[in-house]
Design a protein around this ligand. Structure first.
Ligand SMILES: [Mg+2]
Length: 344
C-alpha cells in the first residue's frame, strides 16, 4: 500500500509544530511550560525558573554571506536567541553556539563570527558556555541556545492576554525587512562588477536593523523598574501579523490594531517609496524586527504611555472577532499569518 505523503507546506508553520509535538506527555514536575511559547520554562527553586530557547539559522535561507559580514552575523544570532528569553520577561545569562561548516569558510572568517558573538556577550553580560562544530554539505548552519532566568511569578506567557488589554509595541517595524531589500538590490545591481561599491547612503539605520539588531533588554529593565508585568508577550521575529496572531491563538482572543499607530521609521518609508514597495506591508509581514509585543490591562494605559518607549497600537477583543487591522477610514482588514492581508 502506498504511504500517504503530506507536504510540509500544507500544514504551515503552526500546524507542523502542533503535529510533531502532539502526544508528548510531561514527565517532570519541573517542566512548567514546554513547546508553544518563546522559551521553555523550567522550575529551579520554589520561586525561580530557568528559561531555554533555541534558534537555528541557515545560509541561503536566513543569511547570505555575499553581503552579511560575519562579525555582524555573530552579533545577530545572539540577539535572535536572547530575544526569546526577553519575550518571557526573563534575563538571558548563557548561550551555547553550534556550527555546521562548509569547506569554503576559512578559519579567519570564523574568527570574525566569534568576535561578533563575543562583542554581544560582553555588551549583554552573558556567557558563551558551550557548543559543537560539525561539517556541513549545504552551507553554514548556526544554532544558538539561550538560557535565562526569571522570578516564577514574573514570567509573561503568550497565553495571558485578557479582554480589552492594550497591545503595546517597542521600537518601529519594517526597517530590517527594508534593509534586506536594499542589500538584495545592490547585490543584483553589482553582480559581476569588479570592486563593487554598493549605494547605502541615507539608509544606514535600515542596514543596522537588519545586520545588527539589538535585543530589547532595556525594555525588560524598564518594565521591572516600573513594576509593569505584561499579561502576555512575544518577540517579533516573523512579522507583526504573524506574531500577533500567535499571541492571540495562545490567549484564545482576537485583536484590533490601528494602522496609523504602527510606528514606521522615516528611512523605511523613504526606501519603500523608492523601491515601489509598501512600507505597511513591510511592517506587518517583513519580520526580523526583534522588537517586543506585549499586552497590559487597560487600567495601565497612562503608566505605559508615560514610559515613552512603547506605542499602544490596539487592544484585545474576543476570539470570534479574529485579528483585524483598522484603516484610517474605519475599515477593517483581517490579518493573515503569512503574505498579504486580504480584505474582509
Ligand atoms: Mg520568539
Amino acid at each position: 500500500m502506498k504511504q500517504k505523503r503530506t507536504e510540509v507546506a500544507e500544514l504551515g508553520p503552526f500546524g507542523l509544530i502542533d503535529r510533531l509535538t502532539k502526544g508528548f506527555e510531561t514527565h517532570q514536575e519541573s517542566t512548567l511550560c514546554g513547546v508553544g511559547d518563546d522559551a521553555a520554562v523550567i522550575a529551579t527553586t520554589a520561586d525561580q525558573v530557568q528559561l531555554i530557547s533555541t534558534e537555528t539559522l541557515f545560509e541561503g535561507i536566513d543569511f547570505d554571506l555575499t553581503y552579511f559580514p560575519l562579525k555582524h552575523l555573530g552579533y545577530k544570532i545572539v540577539t535572535v536567541a536572547v530575544s526569546d528569553i526577553l519575550a518571557m520577561n526573563g534575563r538571558p545569562q548563557q548561550i551555547t553556539v553550534s556550527l555546521g561548516l562548509s569547506s569554503k569558510i576559512p578559519v579567519e572568517a570564523l574568527d570574525d563570527l566569534y568576535e561578533g558573538i563575543r562583542f554581544a556577550c560582553n555588551e549583554q553580560q552573558i556567557d558563551l558556555v558551550g557548543g559543537d562544530t560539525r561539517a556541513s554539505m549545504t552551507g553554514m548552519v548556526i544554532s544558538v541556545t539561550a538560557v535565562g532566568t526569571a522570578q516564577r511569578d514574573a514570567v509573561s506567557y503568550r497565553s495571558g492576554a485578557g479582554m480589552h488589554d492594550l497591545i503595546c509595541l517597542t521600537g518601529n517595524l519594517g526597517a530590517a525587512y527594508m534593509g534586506l531589500q536594499l542589500l538584495e538590490r545592490e547585490k543584483r545591481v553589482l553582480e559581476g562588477v569588479t570592486n563593487p561599491e554598493p549605494q547605502f547612503k541615507g539608509y544606514e539605520y535600515l542596514l543596522e536593523k537588519y545586520l545588527k539588531p539589538r535585543p530589547r533588554t532595556d525594555i525588560i529593565e524598564v518594565l521591572a523598574e516600573e513594576k509593569i508585568k505584561p499579561t502576555a508577550m512575544i518577540d517579533l521575529s516573523d512579522g507583526l501579523s504573524s506574531d500577533l496572531m500567535q499571541l492571540c491563538r495562545s490567549s484564545k482572543c482576537g485583536a484590533r490594531i490601528y494602522l496609523e499607530r504602527i510606528p514606521i521609521a522615516r528611512q523605511t518609508n523613504q526606501l519603500a517609496d523608492e523601491m515601489h514597495l509598501d512600507a505597511v506591508m513591510a511592517a506587518l509581514n517583513g519580520g526580523e524586527d526583534y522588537e517586543l509585543l506585549f499586552t497590559v490591562p487597560l487600567s495601565m494605559q497612562e503608566q505605559v504611555m508615560r514610559l515613552g518607549v512603547v506605542d499602544v497600537i490596539g487592544h484585545i477583543t474576543d476570539e470570534q472577532a479574529g485579528c483585524a487591522l483598522v484603516t484610517p477610514d474605519g475599515g477593517a482588514i483581517r490579518l493573515k499569518a503569512q503574505g498579504f492581508p486580504e480584505s474582509k
